[in-house]
Each structure stands twice: as C-alpha cells, then as structure tokens.
Design a protein around this ligand. Structure first.
Ligand SMILES: Nc1ncnc2c1ncn2[C@@H]1O[C@H](COP(=O)(O)OP(=O)(O)OP(=O)(O)O)[C@@H](O)[C@H]1O
Length: 233
C-alpha cells in the first residue's frame, strides 16, 4: 500500500503540496487529477522517491519512499528521458539490464498491441508513438506499483480509451497499484477506481469514482468542474 501522510513541499514561496494525505491500496487504479500547476507531478515524484518532502511521510509497503524503494515501482515521467541515438530496441535492452522484473513476453505482446517496431529511432517517432513506447517500457515490468505522469499525452483520442481499457484488462499485473495523472479525464475514467482531485497543492475531493458519480448523478468531468469552480470562489 502507498500511504501519503500530510505531504508538504514548497519551491521558494510556492507551496506545491500543502498537506496532502491519501492511501492507494492493492489492485487499485487511482487518478491524480487537477488543473495545471496543481501539484500532481510533484506528488508523483515524491511517491517515486525522487523528491524530498519538507514535511510529511510517504511509505510504500511501510518503507519510507526514497531511492531504496525505487525498485518496487515503475515511474513513467512526463518528459522523454532517452538518448537521441536510441532505438526502441536499445531502450528495451536498457530496461532489461536495469530491472530484474522485466517481462519479455509482455513486451512482445505490447509491441503487437501498439503496432510498434523495435528498430524505430525513439526521437524520430511522432509524439503519440513515443507515448506508446513509454507505455510499453513501463507496462513490461512486473513492478507492484506503477506511477504514470500524463501517459496519454499525444495519443489520439480514438486510441486513448482503447489503451486505457487494455491496460486494465490485459496488461495490469495481479494486485498492481497504479497512480496516474492525466488531463484526458473523459477517455481515461473507464480505468479509474479512485480519484484524487488536487487544487493548488490541496486535496479537494477523494473517493470511489462510481460511488461519486452515482451519488451526484453526474459524470466525473462534471463533478471535477464543479469542485474546481467551487475552489476558485
Ligand atoms: N523544480 C521546481 N522548481 C520550482 N517550482 C516548481 C518545481 N516543480 C514544480 N514547481 C511548481 O510547483 C507547482 C506544482 O507543479 P506540478 O508540476 O506538480 O503541477 P502539475 O499539477 O503536475 O501541473 P501540470 O498539469 O501543468 O503538469 C507549480 O506552481 C510549479 O511551477
């Protein structure tokens, strides 16, 4: 279980996280949603052990999040981190060398699913294709925790929902916990169990997606718009 307790992080005068607490349990897909600059990437980096909090505690299976918990999770950043000369096959080899839980069979299944070629140069691929490559590299590990920052950016809207559905049905590991940040809420909500809506570093809303929708008789995007308008008053 991922447990975040009173996470506070400032950059200069800017409070990126202002006392956020939540848990993400086994087998759950949690959507970390909010407007630009809300603090989503900061939260994910802190869970990934890449950023030190000013206050608060994050634990992954009761171990404090730090570089030593990195092996338990896959972190998919919102930026490209590959060398310009790298082909997809080089990136795959790098991941294979780096992580003992790399699953070659799954990687081949994902190559087929995304219709990707191993000999493609990553840098020359279109934005959407690069996003699919990154998803392949993240999903081919059997890590217990998967943190994905804006994984669908650049992927066309026709494919997004299909990919979201396939992650849940075909590519998610048994008992795996996924935290995902996205602005593509309508297409991705099919995959979400829980939602965390943050605004200016504060958690405005948290809950089970289906329960919230039923209680308010609204779509997820309508609920979040309502919360956003309310927060800005
Ligand atoms: N390294 C940094 N140095 C200074 N300020 C930062 C840094 N990282 C984040 N911030 C600031 O912290 C706030 C939260 O940023 P963050 O990237 O977490 O937002 P976000 O919700 O992921 O936004 P977006 O949806 O635009 O990606 C912003 O005001 C941002 O400018």
């Amino acid at each position: 279980m991922i447990r975040v307790d009173n996470a506070v992080k400032s950059f200069g005068n800017k409070k990126a996280l202002d006392g956020i607490s939540f848990t993400a349990g086994e087998g759950q897909i949690v959507g970390l949603l909010g407007s630009n600059g809300a603090g989503k990437s900061t939260m994910l980096k802190a869970v990934a052990g890449l950023l030190r909090l000013d206050q608060g505690l994050i634990t992954i299976d009761e171990k404090t999040a730090s570089l030593s918990t990195r092996g338990m999770l896959t972190y998919l950043p919102d930026v490209d981190v590959w060398y310009p000369w790298m082909k997809l096959s080089d990136a795959i080899q790098y991941m294979k060398d780096m992580y003992w839980d790399w699953d070659d069979k799954k990687a081949h299944h994902l190559l087929d699913f995304f219709k990707l070629r191993e000999d493609s140069l990553i840098q020359q691929a279109s934005k959407g294709t690069r996003a699919k490559m990154k998803l392949l590299l993240a999903l081919s590990r059997q890590a217990k925790y998967l943190l994905m920052d804006e994984p669908f950016t650049g992927i066309d809207p026709f494919a997004r929902q299909q990919i979201a559905q396939a992650i849940v049905e075909d590519f998610m590991e048994e008992g795996q916990t996924i935290i995902i940040t996205t602005h593509e809420i309508s297409e991705v909500e099919v995959m979400l169990d829980e939602v965390l809506f943050i605004h200016e570093g504060n958690l405005m809303l948290t809950g089970h997606v289906e329960t919230l929708k039923q209680e308010r008789n609204k779509s997820l995007i309508e609920i979040l718009k309502e919360e956003y308008d309310h927060a800005r008053v």
